[in-house]
Design a protein around this ligand. Structure first.
Ligand SMILES: Cc1cc2nc3c(=O)[nH]c(=O)nc-3n(C[C@H](O)[C@H](O)[C@H](O)COP(=O)(O)OP(=O)(O)OC[C@H]3O[C@@H](n4cnc5c(N)ncnc54)[C@H](O)[C@@H]3O)c2cc1C
Ligand code: SF4
Length: 429
């Protein structure tokens, strides 16, 4: 059987591995180790912050090794997870179809979406978990004619403990993440190698022979007939550049800014994040207690149960680059204009809930949806294979997105990875 290496086990990698195992012998190479949620009491980071020990978001990996933060020159914290399940393990489990850019290119993901919606438990029936402040906020948004809708979420939320720790990894196995697809692939014979950080694709005569990977201090060659790169919107461009394949300086990250205020006993820090969404042109707004800001931002003060925060997630201009370990990304004047409009809207929502505008405070700008550095164009719509890649190398993650979504991308990344995997003809390799 032909051998395929899938690089990364997040949304794209796990979906591709599950799809390809059987037709191929799959090996998943994952840089991180087995994912473990952060189960320590939140009092520990709270004490550490009070003692002045937490001041840089990058320190998060000392507390929670799976979570990695890169700071851009402009002070934006770009967050991802490293380990089995990739960033899906720290996601808030929102499941939205966001394929408008692919439809415009003539790429149809609808079959894969339907199948995903059958194999993953997805439901917006979690109103029983909403605290009074969230219910009030939803009614306020309705009154303001903002068309809020309960967020479809992946998982078995009927058993959710409403602990509010989704972004730290669910300690109770309620929320779905891509380790479920990974386990299915492994149960059907796929191999999983953790601690294997792929550096480059090794080619000869225009075809990939395999990849070079680092295992601690050791480097080794992994042969393959087919290579699927799904190391995420930051990891995949690094591998491509190391392999001499050109990428585009079109990095987007979907920046997040929280607009918070004190609403006594809101309890949002112990509630499912992003229970509902308001869609606006160029951004979304959703209730979200920002643990990163509570750990590192000095304007976020105790008691945290009194903070009620609205997240803005921006569809930023695709302009930025990954260079080695550093990320070059800054917001354009247009991005800042949209962000100001969104801050104004969130301030209005707080005001309508009885909190004056001068009492709101902001969180730390962070981002967790990188992509866009090998964007699909109409030229790839038929083959789903990017012309810059060797014939037997495919990308299956958000690097292929032509534009930022400003919306949860996970379901769309998986639909894309499945559709691409199906298009690969085993006999033509
Ligand atoms: C806090 C947070 C909350 C989020 N919530 C949501 C949400 O509710 N809904 C939603 O749709 N999206 C959400 N997202 C975004 C979503 O999680 C990501 O967009 C998605 O997981 C990206 O999938 P991916 O396969 O491209 O990359 P990832 O899931 O990041 O997976 C990449 C994998 O590749 C591995 N890797 C990287 N480099 C290498 C290498 N060189 N060699 C081998 N392995 C490598 C990584 O360790 C990782 O496991 C959230 C993101 C964050 C940060
Ligand atoms: S809020 Fe629910 S899904 Fe999120 S971490 Fe807690 S138990 Fe898990």
């Amino acid at each position: 059987m032909k051998r395929v290496l899938v690089v990364g086990s997040g949304a794209g990698g796990a979906a591709a591995a599950r799809e390809l195992q059987g037709r191929f012998q799959v090996t998943v190479l994952e840089a991180g180790s087995e994912f473990r949620p952060f189960t320590t009491s939140l009092r520990v980071p709270e004490h550490a912050k009070r003692a002045g020990l937490l001041f840089d978001p990058r320190e998060i990996s000392l507390l929670f090794p799976a979570m990695r933060v890169h700071m851009t020159g402009e002070g934006m914290a770009v967050v991802r997870a490293r380990g089995t399940g990739g960033t899906t393990t720290i996601a808030t489990a929102n499941a939205l179809r966001q394929d408008q850019h692919f439809r415009e290119l003539g790429i149809d993901l609808s079959q894969a979406f339907s199948e995903l919606e059958k194999s993953i438990p997805i439901s917006a029936d979690h109103g029983h978990l909403w605290r009074p402040a969230t219910k009030r906020c939803f009614s306020t948004c309705m009154t303001m004619k903002l068309d809020p809708f309960p967020t479809p979420k992946m998982g078995r939320f009927e058993n959710c403990r409403n602990c509010g720790r989704c972004v730290l990894g669910c300690p109770f196995g309620i929320k779905w993440d891509s380790r479920e697809f990974l386990r299915e692939a492994v149960a059907r014979g796929a191999r999983l190698e953790t601690g294997a950080e792929v550096e480059s694709v090794v080619t000869s005569g225009g075809e990939a022979m395999g990849v070079m990977a680092r295992h601690g201090l050791k480097r080794s060659f992994h042969p393959a007939d087919l290579v699927i790169l799904a190391a995420g919107g930051l990891g995949t461009p690094r591998i491509l550049v190391n392999s001499g394949i050109e990428v585009e300086p079109r990095l987007f990250v979907d920046p997040v800014l929280c607009v918070a205020a004190r609403h006594p006993e809101a309890g949002q820090n112990r509630e499912i994040p992003m229970p509902f969404i308001v869609q606006r042109r160029g951004y979304i707004v959703s209730p979200y207690f920002d643990h990163l800001s509570s750990f590192f931002n000095r304007t976020w003060k105790q008691p945290f149960r009194d903070i009620f925060s609205l997240m803005i997630k921006l569809a930023d201009t695709p302009r930025g680059h990954v260079e080695g370990r550093s990320i070059r990304k800054s917001l354009t004047p247009e991005d800042h204009d949209v962000l100001s409009e969104a801050v104004g809207l969130c301030t209005d929502i707080h005001s309508s809930m009885g909190i004056p505008g001068d009492k709101v405070f902001l969180g730390t700008v962070n981002a967790g949806h990188p992509g866009g550095m090998l964007p699909f164009t109409p030229a790839e719509a038929r083959t789903l294979h990017h012309g810059r890649l060797p014939g037997n190398v495919y990308v299956a993650d958000s690097s292929l997105f032509p534009d930022s979504l400003g919306n949860p991308p996970m379901l769309t990344i998986m639909a894309l990875a499945i559709t691409i995997s199906r298009r690969i003809d085993c006999d033509q390799l």
